[in-house]
Design a protein around this ligand. Structure first.
Ligand code: SAM
Ligand code: SF4
Ligand code: SF4
Length: 371
């Protein structure tokens, strides 16, 4: 990975608590081969999780003997912040902490504090968000807010306790997630989004219940199509309930109308209740690709840079972080990867199976790359 001939932003030395990234010039504006900018960074802070969601970390694969990442292979908070600072100089304005379950990473608040000190070239704070299964939110919401977290997205696949316990597969009750949501709302970690992965035959009977429950509340419910990420979740097209069907089922009981997107490249299509009861989101990751506007990079817990959820290999940034490379060298390496990016895996789904054919046939698991 070398980018010696590619112009890079000089990275400013640390100046006090707040770190402002230099403004890009036309020469340093970073876009990939399809002219997509780098806007969004997902940092996976752990590959571990206290849930075993059937569509993500099924027990049969992620059992007692599963070898999770050793501690010394994980990036430290300082290393993550350094990559984040370099990414912000490249145009990143949004950082999402994910995993695994990010709240399992000890001292996560310290990382949030460090990220909250970053400033975009325009001098704005970076938008810092967190995706969590919500199991630890009741305890941690206040500390996360105090550290500078702006908002959370909470995964919740059903309000029916038996269905939810079966989907998280560790017998975790719905009531504790609802308590976590309330705690997050009470400290102002909003707007709070709720992610429901819809698996046909498992929780699709709960779609309208979920919509009804969260209608008229401050929470924005989003329905995600079950995706073929990784190789362990037993995905098949038959278990995917297309977003269009989700919309039709809700619309039949609670009439909806489409809304304009918040910004170009928004992965979620927005629909609102005609009676003013708020909005929902539909994320059609399988049936309607959004590769055209995908501006997301992911960094795994061990410091590999992935430019697509379906990439088979990442680019090792940890080696550069630990071998004495300068910020400029790391910046050049990241820039070179992004400039060469050609990913559009979802757009290239197989017409026969609906599945993505990953390069080299290898697939990275969602819990490792960060959802
Ligand atoms: N543990 C956290 C959580 O569950 O919110 C963060 C990591 S999780 C991998 C991030 C998101 O990916 C969650 O909303 C989860 O529901 C979603 N996800 C995981 N596997 C998926 C799959 N096969 N298809 C669609 N979404 C999936
Ligand atoms: Fe854990 Fe999140 Fe994956 Fe569920 S979706 S197993 S909570 S990482
Ligand atoms: Fe982005 Fe890859 Fe998903 Fe397409 S398939 S939207 S390029 S992550």
């Amino acid at each position: 990975m070398s980018g010696a001939l590619i112009p890079v932003h000089p990275i400013e030395p640390l100046a006090g608590a707040v770190q402002v990234a230099p403004a890009p010039t036309p020469e340093t504006r970073l876009v990939d081969t399809f002219d997509r900018p780098l806007h969004d960074l997902r940092l996976s802070v752990t590959d571990r999780c206290n849930f075993r969601c059937v569509y993500c970390m099924p027990k049969e694969v992620f059992g007692k003997d599963f070898a999770f990442m050793p501690r010394d292979e994980m990036l430290s908070f300082e290393e993550m912040t350094r990559l984040a600072r370099i990414s912000v100089a490249h145009g990143v304005e949004k950082i999402r902490l994910t995993g695994g379950e990010p709240l399992l990473r000890k001292g996560l608040e310290e990382l949030i504090e460090m990220l909250a000190a970053l400033r975009t070239p325009a001098g704005r704070p970076v938008d810092i968000a967190l995706t969590t299964n919500g199991s630890g939110l009741s305890l941690k919401a206040q500390a996360l807010k105090d550290a500078g977290l702006k908002r959370v997205t909470v995964s919740l696949d059903s309000l029916d306790d038996a269905t939810f316990r079966a989907m998280n597969d560790v017998n975790f009750p719905v009531a504790r997630i609802l308590a976590g949501l309330e705690a997050a709302h009470a400290v102002g970690l909003g707007p709070i989004k709720i992610n429901m992965v819809v698996k046909r035959g498992q929780n699709d009977q709960d779609i309208v219940n979920m919509a009804r429950h969260f209608k008229g509340t401050p929470y924005i419910l989003r329905f995600i199509e079950f995706m073929d990420v990784g190789t362990s979740n037993g995905w098949d097209m038959g278990a995917v309930l297309p977003s269009s069907e989700v919309r039709d089922r809700i619309h039949a009981e609670l009439p909806l109308e489409e809304m304009a997107p918040n910004y170009t490249g928004e992965t979620s299509r927005r629909w609102r209740y005609q009676d003013g009861g708020g909005e929902i989101g539909l994320i059609s990751s399988v049936t309607q690709s959004f590769c055209n506007t995908c501006s997301r990079a992911r960094v795994s817990t061990d410091g590999k840079l992935f430019t697509c959820l379906f990439a088979s290999e990442g680019h090792d940034l940890r080696e550069l972080l630990r071998n004495g490379s300068s910020d400029e060298e790391i910046s050049a390496a990241m820039g070179a990867v992004w400039r060469q990016r050609t990913d559009r895996a979802s757009q290239l789904r197989s017409a026969q199976t609906g599945a993505v054919r990953s390069p080299g046939g290898k697939r990275i698991e969602m819990s490792y790359i960060g959802g």
